[in-house]
Design a protein around this ligand. Structure first.
Ligand code: IMP
Length: 186
């Protein structure tokens, strides 16, 4: 059996197809192109989950963008309760005076983006906007987080594919699917 077919068996259902993703990412690219006309925004990819979305999105933006990458610690009970996020890989370039677009896979509690946003504002970014592939608004604990661009609002379920993982797997699925509870309850 093909590898991907095996991975699809672990899904309860496909939530967003690759065709739907592609249309929305194109639309978002056009919106960002219009909103940032005359500017040179810095696109920041939050590794690793956003990497697939990031690489598709940047090719739909018709502006002289630059790219940088940041890796942060993923879910840990400490980060969940304290709201502090550990930076594992920092940006390579200074963002002083730059128009920054943070590109994230999914906004869940909002803790990660709220932390990164204030950190980058402290570093003197001229502006910061957030572009998220998915928004699980029902799970938000940070109430004042503004997510400027969202491709899909989704219900409270654990999703994988198109960059999103469970235990580092499923990132290469072209669609986004709800992981069957039997997989993470193992
Ligand atoms: P937040 O700080 O709670 O908003 O968490 C955001 C991060 O949690 C995302 O960047 C993902 O890495 C991870 N995450 C949250 N929900 C999911 C999910 O349904 N699937 C995969 N990763 C998720």
């Amino acid at each position: 059996m093909e590898q991907n077919a095996r991975l699809y068996q672990d899904l309860e259902k496909v939530l967003v197809t690759k065709e739907e993703i592609s249309l929305k990412v194109k639309e978002l690219g056009q919106k960002i192109t219009a909103d940032y006309a005359g500017k040179e925004p810095v696109l920041i990819c939050i590794l690793k989950g956003a990497v697939v979305f990031f690489s598709d999105l940047m090719r739909e933006i018709d502006l002289p963008v630059t790219a940088d990458f940041m890796a942060i610690s993923s879910y840990g009970s400490a980060t969940k309760t304290s709201g502090v996020v550990r930076v594992l890989k920092d940006l390579d370039h200074d963002i002083l005076g730059k128009d920054v677009i943070l590109v994230e896979d999914i906004v869940d509690t909002g803790i990660t983006l709220s932390y990164l946003r204030s950190m980058l504002l402290h570093r003197g970014a001229a502006s910061i906007r957030i572009a998220a592939l998915l928004d699980k608004a029902a799970r938000r604990t940070v109430k004042d987080l503004q997510v400027d661009y969202v491709c899909f609002d989704i219900p409270d379920a654990f999703v994988v594919g198109y960059g999103l993982d469970f235990d580092q797997r499923y990132r290469n699925l072209p669609d986004i699917g709800v992981l069957a509870p039997r997989i993470y309850e193992k």
